[in-house]
Design a protein around this ligand. Structure first.
Ligand SMILES: [Zn+2]
Length: 253
């Protein structure tokens, strides 16, 4: 409270504060209710997934509409009424701002809670998908040269087609990774990378060095797990870090 501003502590104002706090608390409770009632269906979907997490993309869009979008909008509508009540009792602008801040806090909170939920559900799905893929990929299967049948040193968990020259006959074989393995990059690794770097991402919204650390950690994870695409990820990483350094990172926010 500034030196020259006075707080409006009239009973009318205090009644509006209570009304507003109750209203915002109801919005928070509503969020928890919707998310709790979604748990059962989400678990069923989780049990049903095989090699991708596409099902959660649509579900999350619906859930987000019902929660973040609908409840934020409800908050804005509530504010329209509340601010006219505040003008009626001649509330000071700092009192008005304080109440409006509670709405901003709520809207930031719900957006972040939903983001955390999304990171977690895609990471849980990633672990499930990885388990499924591992069960179906035979790592000990031999890969043989199409010309001379000599054994080729194939890395089963690769994410790009590779051309391998056969040591025995010199002919070039193209190895296409299994589609399920290839899909690990998008349905597993990205999400696990995001999960383990997510706290830095949040911090990075207010702190440039944390934002840089986020990209180092996120891309570091991908580079460790997809060494054949190391250069590709490094370019992406360097580009994003340079955006951070210019203070204009469009991705993290
Ligand atoms: Zn050969």
């Amino acid at each position: 409270m500034g030196l020259f501003s006075s707080s409006n502590t009239s009973p009318e104002y205090l009644a509006l504060v209570t009304r507003w706090d109750t209203f915002i608390q109801k919005l928070r409770d509503r969020y928890s209710e919707v998310m709790t009632s979604a748990e059962g269906p989400l678990n069923d979907m989780m049990n049903g997934i095989q090699y991708d997490s596409i099902v959660f993309i649509n579900v999350n869009t619906g859930l987000k509409n019902q929660t973040v979008d609908a409840l934020s909008k409800k908050g804005d509508e509530g504010w329209t009424k509340m601010s006219s009540e505040l003008y009626k009792i001649n509330a000071t602008s700092s009192d008005i701002n304080n109440l409006h801040q509670k709405l901003n806090d709520f809207q930031n909170w719900i957006a972040l809670e939903f983001e955390k939920y999304e990171v977690k559900i895609f990471a849980d799905a990633a672990r499930k998908i990885l388990e499924n893929v591992k069960q179906h990929i035979n790592e000990s299967k031999l890969h043989r040269c199409t010309q001379c049948a000599a054994e080729l040193p194939i890395k089963v968990y690769s994410f790009m087609a590779v051309n391998l020259k056969c040591d025995s006959c010199g002919s070039v074989n193209t190895y296409q990774p299994d589609d399920r393995v290839r899909a690990l990059e998008y349905y597993v690794l990205n999400h696990l990378a995001e999960e383990q770097a997510f706290d830095l991402k949040i911090k990075g919204r207010h702190d440039r060095s944390a934002a840089k650390e986020y990209y180092l950690k996120y891309y570091g994870y991908l580079m460790d797990n997809v060494p054949e695409k190391k250069d590709f990820y490094k370019r992406d990483m360097d580009e994003r870090i340079s955006w951070v350094e210019k203070g204009r990172d469009p991705y993290i926010n």
